[in-house]
Design a protein around this ligand. Structure first.
Ligand SMILES: Nc1nc2c(ncn2[C@@H]2O[C@H](COP(=O)(O)OP(=O)(O)OP(=O)(O)O)[C@@H](O)[C@H]2O)c(=O)[nH]1
Ligand SMILES: [Mg+2]
Length: 232
């Protein structure tokens, strides 16, 4: 979400363009502004594009606006897309925050996405980059990107991963019989595999993956005491 013309739809297309999941076609049919993407942690999230926030939204419009921006209320993390090249950046930011206040969404986790950094002169560009790097992972995250050139998109995906606290990513050791094709396929599709070793007809995997998926595969988890013993 963000001010009109900040580049929300361009960013949406940039984030969803390359790695759109086949399963997201179902959502695309229901709503073209909703698409599933995969984060570096392998967690899948739905990304939603919203209409632009306009200047001085009349109070009477807020009710209907609320319906349009249902996504904002439902979102777990908000990406506030800002036009880093606009002279009215600060004013636009406070307008957007005012609307977020109306939607009672100010306390949601929020990432400030400074977009259009390709339009900045070198001096201004360094200033924005220095500030966003300084805030990396601390408080409200701030990431500098160009939705047009793709610069900074990987950093943005990592920031989304950091901001998402439901279904956290957990490190685990799994031991799976090789004939458990479905379990092995689920691991390949949904986790990051760090190590893989074969022990007879078992596959031993060092993974990090979403707690929900590890929960479903819990019977294959190697007990923690064992890990400690083997790594120490
Ligand atoms: N140079 C440059 N232009 C960009 C970038 N991102 C978006 N634009 C341009 O900015 C304009 C607005 O982009 P949109 O993606 O339509 O902006 P929006 O926030 O979706 O606009 P609304 O939906 O109308 O609120 C378009 O002309 C884009 O091509 C960027 O990173 N760099
Ligand atoms: Mg748009």
């Amino acid at each position: 979400m963000g001010y009109t013309n900040a580049g929300k739809s361009t960013l949406f297309n940039c984030l969803t363009g390359a790695g759109v999941l086949a399963s997201s076609r179902m959502f695309a049919t229901l709503d073209p502004k909703l698409k599933a993407i995969e984060l570096p942690s392998r967690r899948k999230v739905l990304l939603s594009d919203t209409v632009g926030f306009i200047r001085n939204l009349p109070h009477t419009l807020v009710t209907s606006f609320r319906a349009t921006l249902e996504e904002v209320a439902q979102a777990e993390v908000l990406l506030h897309v800002r036009d880093a090249a606009s002279t009215y950046g600060e004013e636009q930011k406070s307008q957007v925050e005012k609307v977020l206040g109306e939607l009672e969404a100010l306390d949601k986790p929020r990432i400030e996405v400074m977009n259009k950094i390709d339009l900045l002169g070198e001096h201004e560009r360094q200033r924005v980059l220095a500030r966003t790097q300084a805030r990396d992972g601390v408080g409200t995250d701030e990431v500098a990107v160009s939705a047009q050139t793709g610069e900074g998109i990987d950093a943005l995906l990592s920031a989304i991963d950091r901001a998402l606290h439901s279904d956290p990513v957990i490190d685990a050791e799994l031991r799976v019989p090789q004939h458990e094709g479905a379990a092995l396929a689920a691991i390949e599709a949904g986790m990051v595999v760090h190590r893989r070793a074969y022990e007879g007809n078992l596959v031993r995997l060092g993974v990090s993956g979403p707690a929900s998926l590890l929960g479903r595969l819990r019977k294959f988890r190697v007990r923690d005491e064992l890990n400690v013993k083997e790594t120490s």
